[in-house]
Ligand binder design. Structure first.
Ligand code: GLA
Length: 339
């Protein structure tokens, strides 16, 4: 008899703690109720998946090495193949991929695919272990040196909670999300063209800062003067201030203080714009509009940046979406599981 498997993994939205994960910093995302399902028959030595969102299926043999995974076509299959390479999978799956996470939305449809694939390929272990394998799989498959936030948020989500994650220890603390605050993600309409090359550059700038002042996680604003290069100093200033904002945000969640949550969001946006330089004129116009809309507590660019989405915290039921743009009202949902 053939064995069937069905794995589901959610997308995520990052509330605060942006561009901190790859320096072992603090992040505060939440898994969302939208997710990706990989379902099919367990099959020896082969992966064959058809996606409801892609014209062409993906097929490859197992086991496969990293170089083979990075060359799989069509390219969406590299997220699956990278994970299979890292896991050393020898038993595959023949079936389908279906997703309610809008593609290219900044809601981590890729991480959802990676984590659902890992579970479908039989990955076991803690959410942190599964996420680490998926992070490496993503890097192997796509060449982008991503951090662990997206995959860990997807693997470790808790219904009704945001997740305060320490990316140094991978400790996850679920923080109850207030009922009287809505999370609305608005797509700017601007595709994230330069995201992968600029992402690697930002990561390298953080490493340059760490070569001077040591781990940014342990640094304070007082260390910044020792960094001569003004660009590198600004990148470090963002990371140091952002780590502090994550804990301030977690405290505001604990206190159910929506106004403070919104204030921190907007403050984080200014840091991403001025010090980390991942905003764009299109995003600026959208954030300016949202933050002056009645019932919006705060807004900021979310995810890697360079276009993509803005996350807004709103009073219940408020729809701040400007005409012509797409948006999603998201709720904190559970993490990945076999279904
Ligand atoms: C992308 C990466 C994450 C993280 C964010 C920025 O989403 O995949 O690891 O670095 O950008 O916070």
């Amino acid at each position: 008899m053939t064995e069937r498997i069905r794995a589901w993994a959610p997308g995520r939205v990052n509330l605060i703690g942006e561009h901190t994960d790859y320096t072992g910093g603090l992040v505060l995302p939440m898994a969302i109720h939208l997710g990706t399902t990989v379902a099919g028959e367990v099959a020896g030595g082969r992966v064959a998946l058809r996606s409801d969102a892609e014209p062409d299926p993906v097929e490859f043999d197992l086991p496969l090495d990293a170089a083979t995974a990075a060359a799989v076509t069509p390219s969406w299959g590299r997220h699956v193949a990278g994970v299979a390479a890292v896991l050393g999978s020898e038993v595959g799956v023949v079936g389908t991929v279906s997703s309610t996470v809008p593609l290219g939305s900044g809601l981590s449809s890729s991480a959802a695919l990676e984590v659902a694939s890992a579970l479908a390929l039989g990955a076991s272990g803690t959410p942190a272990e599964v996420a680490a394998a998926c992070q490496r799989g993503s890097q192997v498959g796509t060449g982008v040196p991503c951090g662990i936030m997206d995959q860990l948020a997807s693997a470790a989500g808790v219904e009704g909670h945001a997740l305060r994650i320490d990316c140094r220890t991978l400790e996850v603390r679920p923080v109850p999300f207030p009922d009287d605050v809505d999370v609305v993600v608005v797509h700017s309409g601007q595709h994230r063209e330069l995201a992968s090359s600029a992402y690697g550059e930002r990561r390298a700038q953080c490493e340059a800062a760490e070569a001077v002042i040591g781990p940014l996680r342990d640094a304070t604003a007082g260390d910044l003067d020792r960094i001569e290069d003004p660009l590198v100093r600004a990148r470090a200033r963002h990371v140091i201030s952002e780590n502090l904002r994550v804990d301030a945000f977690a405290a505001a969640l604990d206190a159910g203080d929506g106004d403070e949550l919104g204030r921190l969001l907007t403050e984080g946006h200014a840091s991403l714009r001025d010090d980390f330089a991942v905003s764009t004129p299109v995003i600026e116009a959208l954030v300016a509009r949202l933050t002056t809309t009645a019932g919006v507590l705060g807004a900021r660019i979310t995810g890697a940046g360079f276009g993509g989405c803005v996350v807004a915290l709103c009073r219940p039921g408020v729809d701040p979406t400007p005409p012509g743009l797409r948006s999603w009202r998201v709720r904190p949902g559970p993490g990945a599981h076999l279904a």
